[in-house]
Design a protein around this ligand. Structure first.
Ligand code: ZN
Length: 170
């Protein structure tokens, strides 16, 4: 069953009858933060995921603005891509709340450690995180690297752009 939902943008959700749920999500996001696929493409991307994950709930979400696609509790450190210093979580929270307030699509920042121009998407997140308007997510996806790499390649072929994998745990 496919349902549609409006919440800070629009979601198309595949809900199989026998879905099992957990706090683990596989997320796939485009490397181009503003990428906004139309509904037909989104449904084709869901279909690619259904083949590998037929009993998992799958969501295709297009937000109204670029969002931080987080790995939940898997986010343990953020490192400056220029000077390699660690950015502490409190400083990071301030950067993020300013960024959300400004509500524009620029990801440019002045780094707090070395005071250089950088980009939120270029900082080094452990585990990986990212910024995008669009995201695909699979709840309770089994961690089979090979399957996931195949899916990523198919999605890239369909859309013509690179996608990044984010594992989230809540
Ligand atoms: Zn720095």
């Amino acid at each position: 069953m496919i349902v549609e939902k409006k919440r800070n943008g629009k979601s198309i959700i595949y809900k199989p009858e026998k879905a099992t749920f957990s706090g683990h999500y596989l997320k796939l996001i485009p490397n181009a933060p503003n990428y906004s696929p139309d509904e037909n493409i989104q449904k084709e991307l869901i279909n690619i995921l259904i083949i590998k994950f037929p009993v998992n709930e799958i969501e295709s979400h297009l937000s109204n603005r670029i969002e931080f696609i987080d790995p939940g509790v898997n986010l343990e450190s953020i490192i400056c891509n220029i000077c390699s210093k660690s950015i502490d979580m409190e400083t990071w929270a301030d950067i993020m709340s300013n960024w959300y307030k400004i509500d524009n699509s620029s990801l440019d920042i002045q780094t707090p450690c070395c005071n250089k121009k950088s980009n939120l998407n270029d900082l080094i997140y452990d585990s990986p995180s990212g910024f995008s308007k669009y995201r695909l997510s699979v709840n309770n996806a089994e961690y089979i690297t090979e399957n996931i790499e195949k899916v990523r390649i198919e999605i890239q072929k369909k859309t013509g752009i690179g996608f990044k994998i984010i594992w989230s745990r809540y």
